[in-house]
Design a protein around this ligand. Structure first.
Ligand code: C2E
Ligand code: MG
Ligand code: MG
Ligand code: MG
Length: 286
């Protein structure tokens, strides 16, 4: 139809849009099959205490073991999953997998907290948090072994009812972390009222901290603000020793980044942490 209306540019634009739309539909169908076929896997990235060097936990990061493309990173499919709503099914799989992993760790005496990411679309569904609570209870995993991460913008946009439920989960031991802090807009009154254990500084705040005095001033102020609301600070995407030294000196509590370890699959993560306990370092694969 675009052709009949003439105008080559318009025609091209419309074909592009149609192609994009088709790709979205294809990806949605593929994602839905991927859930059923069990093509998802969680990678684990260690989080270390700055003070002691101990591995205090791990963030579970989603990977799609695509039959043709190989291991796909969340950036290539989470946006479509969120737009189409299929993220709800994927998110349920993530919760089930975290629950079974945490339960296994518990029986093996592995004492590491597992953090997992929850998207705003999941929080929108009124039954998500109660079902999540039930999944952990059914697996026999205490909430104190787990941490829910939601982004700064999700925290600003979600309903009071959701915040209430999150606060109740926190009372029962679940850790709550605010992810990607510094990328959204924050209502400071709401920030103060959030039920929070930790705030994760976004990588964009940290990226040039070793070169830029201005970056250091901003991060120092952000750290002061977060300490003011009583939360711990996680420095994320820390890539080199210079950055780590600065962030430690500024009062960050926990570090996560390629400087120590990237995301790994479960077996490698467990052996990495055993070695880390003995004071050595591992590699990254996932
Ligand atoms: P995020 O939650 O902020 O996760 C941190 C991201 O930073 C991860 O990317 C991790 O691999 C990466 N990273 C870690 N250390 C470094 C470093 O030193 N340098 C750099 N440049 N990057 C580092 P990944 O695994 O690609 O995940 C991207 C995003 O996808 C996550 O950001 C999160 O928002 C989303 N995501 C991951 N898993 C899930 C999930 O299960 N559910 C939902 N809803 N979202 C997820
Ligand atoms: Mg297993
Ligand atoms: Mg995260
Ligand atoms: Mg983040």
């Amino acid at each position: 139809r675009a052709k009949q209306q003439g105008g080559g540019r318009y025609c091209l634009f419309s074909e592009e849009l149609a192609a994009e739309h088709q790709q979205k539909i294809d990806t949605e169908a593929a994602l839905s099959e991927a859930v059923q076929r069990g093509e998802f896997v969680l990678a684990l990235q260690p989080q270390l205490s700055f003070a002691t060097g101990e591995v205090c936990g791990a963030e579970a990061l989603l990977r799609w073991n695509h039959p043709r493309d190989g291991m796909r990173l969340p950036g290539t499919f989470i946006p479509v999953a969120e737009q189409t709503g299929i993220i709800a099914d994927i998110g349920d799989w993530v919760i089930a997998e975290v629950a079974s992993m945490a339960s296994e760790w518990q029986s093996q005496g592995v004492k590491r907290r597992i953090s997992f990411n929850v998207s705003p679309r999941q929080l929108d569904r009124h039954d998500f948090l109660p079902r999540m609570r039930a999944a952990f209870a059914d697996a026999g995993v205490p909430l104190s072994h787990l941490e829910l991460e939601f982004t700064e913008s999700a925290a600003m946009d979600c309903s009071e009812a959701v915040l209430h439920e999150i606060a109740a989960l926190r009372k029962d031991g679940l850790s709550i972390a605010l992810d990607d802090f510094g990328t959204g807009y924050s209502n400071l009154a709401r920030l103060r009222a959030l039920p929070l254990d930790r705030v994760k500084l976004d990588q964009s705040l940290i990226a040039d901290i070793e070169y830029s005095e201005q970056a250091r001033v901003v991060v120092q102020a952000v750290i002061q603000l977060i300490k003011g609301v009583g939360a711990e600070i996680v420095a994320e995407a820390v890539e080199n020793v210079a950055q780590a030294d600065i962030l430690r000196a500024m009062g960050c509590d926990i570090v996560q980044g390629f400087v120590f370890a990237g995301p790994m699959f479960e077996d490698e993560f467990l052996s990495w942490t055993r070695n880390a306990d003995r004071g050595s370092r591992g590699s990254n694969v996932a």
